[in-house]
Design a protein around this ligand. Structure first.
Ligand code: ZN
Length: 288
């Protein structure tokens, strides 16, 4: 099956009270592990690519070529969207030209008027090509930004302004952050989420920073309109731990254990296990 826009899978998820996972990819192993798990569990899936990861993988065209090749060679039949994560305006245009089926334009660092203007332009372009578009209101920070205690909360009125532009899905800060949550994290602001959902109606909401949010909070967020949850760091930790174990056990020095196909296998399997756990938690299993 060819790449699809994320619109239909997220509309179904919002109506069915479950969420589709966005799992960020970094290389061939990551991509293969996520696609095979989605197929095995009959779940829709969104492959996330940050601008940095796109550069690392030799550009968006390389990513599109790799993903399209895998969809065919692995006989993937579940809906798969290839999505730019936290894109700039120019990055979004480059991904649209390269063949991505979905983009995020993160204008949350601009004043709201500029965010609205740039988002609106991109909505027009995406609509004409059948590509889904995610916008962001209320910056979602991360460890690197020195966030302590609580992430930013978006203004529900601004969320409605962006939603009314016709975006496919909306990321709004509700106290969530990227990366590891600090010990004194205040948790998700369900009050904010509820207010946003009431203003934006059927709009699928996106929860960034899915790593480390307790399961009961994830479930409550889904019940309040979150239909897409981004997971990145958790797959990185799973890969790191499994790779470390392989090397610490000296397996890379035994027989042909140095073969990259063997060296990277435990990490790849660990990503599969992480993705499976998340898809079960999000409720997307069997929803393809
Ligand atoms: Zn994010």
């Amino acid at each position: 099956m060819a790449l699809v826009s994320a619109k239909e899978m997220l509309t179904k998820a919002k109506a069915g009270k479950y969420a589709v996972g966005q799992f960020n990819i970094n290389n061939l192993e990551w991509t293969k592990a996520i696609l095979l798990t989605a197929q095995e569990l009959n779940s829709p899936v969104i492959l996330g690519v940050s601008e940095g990861a796109g550069k690392y993988m030799c550009g968006y065209k390389t990513v599109v070529g790799m993903v399209n090749g895998m969809l065919e060679e692995l006989k993937i039949t579940v809906p798969v969207a290839l999505h730019l994560d936290h894109g700039s305006y120019d990055g979004a245009l480059a991904c649209i030209a390269a063949g991505f089926s979905s983009v995020m334009f993160d204008g949350s660092h601009y004043p709201i008027a500029e965010n609205l203007e740039k988002t609106k332009e991109l909505v027009g372009i995406c609509d004409s090509k059948g590509i889904s578009i995610e916008a962001e209101v209320g910056s979602i920070g991360g460890e690197e930004d020195g966030v302590v205690g609580a992430g930013e909360c978006a203004d529900p009125g601004e969320c409605k302004q962006i939603a009314d532009l016709g975006v496919t899905m909306l990321a709004a800060g509700i106290g969530n952050i990227h990366g590891k949550y600090p010990d004194n994290w205040a948790g998700l602001s369900f009050e904010t989420l509820d207010a946003i959902q009431q203003k934006t109606g059927d709009m699928p909401l996106v929860l960034h920073g899915g790593t480390g949010i307790p399961e009961d909070m994830i479930k409550k967020a889904i019940s309040l309109g979150v239909a897409k949850i981004n997971v990145n760091t958790e797959c990185q930790w799973a890969f790191q731990e499994a790779t470390r174990k392989y090397i610490e056990e000296g397996k890379d020095k035994a027989g042909k254990g140095f073969d990259p196909r063997k060296l990277l296998a435990p990490g790849t399997e660990a990503i599969k296990a992480t993705v499976k756990t998340k898809m079960e938690l999000f409720g997307s299993v069997g929803k393809a």
